[in-house]
Design a protein around this ligand. Structure first.
Ligand SMILES: [Zn+2]
Length: 303
C-alpha cells in the first residue's frame, strides 16, 4: 500500500490567509495518522476530502496553540457524529488534563474510547509499536516541552515466484497458501512454500521535526530517513531571532537533512513575514538540493 503525507497546514503562529496552522495526515502501514492539529484543521480536512473518522492515531508535538487548538473541536465533531472506533492521542505532559477538562466543562461524553498518552521523555523513546508501524518520540528544544516523531514501517512478506508455480501447474489456491508460509500437498506431492517464494522486505520512514532550535545531535537518532519535514520558520539572516524564539532557519533545516541522509527535505512552519517562500527554498537548496516546500494541500509520496 502506498504511503503518503498530506500537508494540511504549514504556517507558524496565528492563522493567516496565507496558510493554515500546522497539521498533516500521514498514511502509513495501513494507518491514518494526524500529526499536530492547529486551529482550522477540520476545514482543511473537509477541503481535501479526508474523513476525520478514518484517523487511527494523533500525535501532537507541543501545546502551543498553532499546533493543537484544532484538537478539542475535532474530538467534539467525532463525538457529535457518533464515532465508535477507539482513538489514541500522544502528546506532551498536560494534554490529558487540557482535553478532559474541555470534555467535562462542555459536557461532551465521547461514545468512542479516547486514550491519551502523555510523553515525558528526556531522551528518544519508542512510544508506539504495533503490527508494521513503530514511532519514536524525539525530545526537541522549544519554549515548552516539544517532541518530534520518527515513523517507521517495516513490511515483511513472501514474494511468489510465478514462473516456478506455473511450471509446476500450481494455481491460485497454492499461491494463497505459499503467501501465508504454508506448504501444500497436491496429487500426493509435497510442495514447500520456501521453494516457490522469496522473502520480501521494505522499510519506509518519515521524520517530523517542528518547533525547535537546530539540534544536529538528532541525526544519530534517525541516521537515514525517506522524508524529513523540518521547520524553517525563518531565513538564516534572522538566525538571532530563530535562536531567541527556539526555532530554526531554512539553512539549518537543510543542514539537518544532510546530516541524517534524508532522501527528501520538506520545509514548513513558515513565518507569515514570508508571503512567498521561494527564498527559503533557495537557501536550503544551497546545501541540500533535494528540498521541496510544504504547501497546504500538497501531497508527498513516501516511496
Ligand atoms: Zn511553538
Amino acid at each position: 500500500m502506498e504511503s503518503k503525507l498530506t500537508i494540511l497546514g504549514c504556517g507558524s503562529a496565528a492563522p493567516s490567509l496565507l496558510r493554515a496552522n500546522t497539521a498533516q495526515i500521514l498514511e502509513m502501514a495501513g494507518k491514518v495518522i494526524l500529526i499536530d492539529c492547529g486551529e482550522g484543521t477540520q476545514w482543511q480536512m473537509l477541503k481535501r476530502k479526508i474523513s476525520a473518522f478514518k484517523i487511527d492515531i494523533i500525535f501532537i508535538s507541543h501545546l502551543h496553540g498553532d499546533h493543537y487548538l484544532g484538537l478539542p473541536g475535532l474530538l467534539n465533531t467525532l463525538s457529535l457524529y457518533g464515532r465508535q472506533k477507539p482513538l489514541k492521542i500522544f502528546g506532551p505532559k498536560g494534554i490529558k488534563s487540557l482535553l478532559f477538562h474541555n470534555f467535562k466543562e462542555a459536557e461532551i461524553f465521547p461514545n468512542y474510547k479516547v486514550s491519551v498518552i502523555e510523553i515525558n521523555a528526556k531522551k528518544k523513546r519508542k512510544i508506539y509499536n504495533e503490527e508494521e508501524l513503530s514511532v519514536i518520540a524525539i525530545p526537541l528544544q522549544h519554549r515548552v516541552p516539544c517532541y518530534g516523531y520518527h515513523f517507521e514501517q517495516n513490511h515483511n512478506s513472501l514474494k511468489i515466484n510465478k514462473e516456478k508455480c506455473d511450471n509446476a501447474s500450481l494455481g491460485f489456491d497454492a499461491i494463497k497458501e505459499f503467501k501465508n508460509a504454508n506448504d501444500i500437498v497436491s496429487g500426493g506431492i509435497k510442495y514447500s512454500y520456501k521453494d516457490y517464494t522469496s522473502p520480501y522486505h521494505f522499510r519506509k520512514t518519515y521524520t517530523f521535526i517542528t518547533d525547535t532550535l537546530f539540534l544536529p545531535q538528532l541525526a544519530s537518532i534517525f541516521p537515514e530517513t525517506d522524508i524529513l519535514y523540518h521547520e524553517s520558520t525563518y531565513l538564516n539572516n534572522l538566525l538571532d531571532k530563530a535562536v531567541t524564539t527556539f526555532h530554526s532557519t531554512a539553512l539549518q533545516a537543510a543542514e539537518m537533512a544532510k546530516l541524517c541522509n534524508a532522501r527528501l527535505l520538506v520545509l514548513g512552519h513558515f513565518s507569515s513575514r514570508y508571503p512567498h517562500t521561494d527564498e527559503l527554498l533557495a537557501e536550503a537548496k544551497t546545501i541540500f538540493p533535494n528540498t521541496e516546500l510544504a504547501d497546504d494541500g500538497k501531497i508527498f509520496i513516501i516511496k
